[in-house]
Design a protein around this ligand. Structure first.
Ligand code: FMN
Length: 228
């Protein structure tokens, strides 16, 4: 295996009131293992028109601030990413429509392409209640990542001191009925650990992809048999 490779990590999230954005930043901190790594933290746009968003002053204000800090994801970033991390608030036990919409739009032409093979993948979310579907929301995002062939990098029980609150599927935070309890230091630590792990897995995959032996074995399973 080659000594060291820098990786591109795309963290693609939706957030209305900013809590999920905080987890996204923590995932990004963890993913930046070496200064050469590219970590792109990107917010997918709202689906609702301005006049709807404006009716909720907090949503409007937060949206303006998030848009100033986090650009929208670009297809070229998706193609160049060695790791893809998805994040969303849980909306009725599943990811927000804005993120699903972005994925469907972006991947409709890409999901079978060689350029998306062998990325590492991970997911995080926030919900208002403990049993409000946070695990379900993460599993939904992981399902999408599986459909594009990602090697899933789950949280496991990564950080022993945080075992009381964490879940093994990804990073999460519970923000309360008014979405006004920001992620705790423990939640952020867990998100950083997840970012580190997915970035590390991406690096291992990238290094092994460069090996001729790996390519030879991989082709044996993926290339059509030679015509007699
Ligand atoms: C349309 C909608 C549906 C929601 N559905 C759920 C839900 O099923 N379970 C839950 O615990 N919280 C639910 N919530 C609350 C959000 O998941 C929670 O406030 C989240 O932390 C917001 O993240 P954000 O600050 O990044 O926007 C819902 C919120 C909205 C607006």
């Amino acid at each position: 295996m080659q000594a060291w490779r820098s990786v591109n990590v795309l963290i693609c999230f939706y957030s209305r009131y900013g809590n999920t954005a905080k987890l996204a930043e923590a995932v990004g901190e963890g993913a930046q293992i070496s200064p050469q790594d590219q970590v792109w933290i990107r917010r997918v746009p709202d689906l609702e028109p301005d006049d709807v968003i404006r009716q909720d002053e907090r949503w409007w204000r937060t949206r303006e601030s998030l848009r100033a800090r986090f650009p929208e994801p670009q297809i070229v970033e998706f193609q160049r990413a060695d790791a893809l991390v998805l994040g969303s608030p849980g909306y009725f036990g599943t990811m927000a429509a804005a993120l699903k919409h972005w994925l469907e739009t972006t991947m409709s032409n890409l999901w079978q392409g060689a350029e998306i093979e062998e990325k590492a993948g991970a997911a995080f979310c926030t919900t208002s209640t403990v049993h409000g579907g946070n695990e379900q929301t993460i599993l939904g995002m992981l399902t999408v990542l599986m459909h594009i062939g990602c090697v899933i990098s789950p949280a496991g029980y990564l950080v022993p001191t945080l075992r009381r609150n964490q879940m093994p599927y990804g990073a999460s935070a519970v923000t309360g009925p008014n979405a006004d309890i920001p992620p705790s230091e423990e939640d952020l630590a867990m998100a950083r650990a997840l970012g580190f792990r997915v970035s590390h897995v991406a690096r291992v995959l990238l290094a092994s992809r460069g090996q001729e032996e790996f390519r030879r074995h991989f082709r044996q399973w993926t290339d059509p048999p030679p015509t007699p």
